[in-house]
Design a protein around this ligand. Structure first.
Ligand code: FE2
Ligand code: FE2
Length: 183
């Protein structure tokens, strides 16, 4: 069976804005992979696929996660959007994409995880700083992104957690655990 054309599939599946975002993540992830000595082809594929489930309706995400028996915490039931990474990783594995680093990067790109590998760290950072992202402090994050990968992850998380608290949103316990392990 020929390998699936994930780029074409992503472009058929997502909205124009999300395609632009995902292509931005690909660009940044590939350049970070080259900088940090990680496989750029893996970074590209993880960037293309990371948000494939992002545009499902929240109710469908919950149903899909239940069907797939994905681990869920209270925050995920309240904010099912947090499930789009784990759902997509599960679908990709079913669809013949078996690279463990890519699957981990897709699964963890929203929260991170304390033990996540280099590719997952790269996608986590690229997702936060791709050229389409505009929020206070993003320029600083772009600079920090090349001052050490773990520092970059910690700084992106600090910015995300600060924003979540300031806007009264739920925080996934894994995001906090990741922050604590990366600072
Ligand atoms: Fe996402
Ligand atoms: Fe994303």
């Amino acid at each position: 069976m020929p390998e699936k054309d994930w780029m074409a599939f992503m472009q058929e599946t997502l909205s124009p804005e999300r395609i632009k975002h995902s292509l931005g993540v690909v660009d940044v992830a590939v350049s970070l992979a080259e900088f940090y000595d990680e496989d750029p082809a893996h970074a590209r594929l993880a960037g293309i696929t990371h948000d494939l489930a992002r545009e499902m309706r929240p109710a469908d995400m919950l149903a899909e996660a239940l069907t797939r028996k994905l681990p869920m915490e209270r925050v995920e039931r309240q904010a099912p959007i947090l499930l789009h990474g784990p759902i997509e990783a599960s679908r990709l594995a079913e669809d013949g994409l078996h690279d463990p680093d890519i699957l981990q990067a897709v699964r963890l790109h929203t929260t991170g995880a304390p033990g996540m590998g280099k590719l997952a760290q790269i996608i986590f950072v690229a997702d936060a700083i791709e050229p389409g992202r505009e929020y206070p402090g993003v320029e600083e994050l772009r600079e920090v992104s090349r001052q050490g990968l773990r520092t970059a992850v910690a700084t992106c998380l600090k910015s995300q957690l600060t924003h979540l608290i300031a806007t009264g949103q739920l925080i996934h316990p894994r995001s906090l655990a990741t922050y604590n392990s990366f600072i």
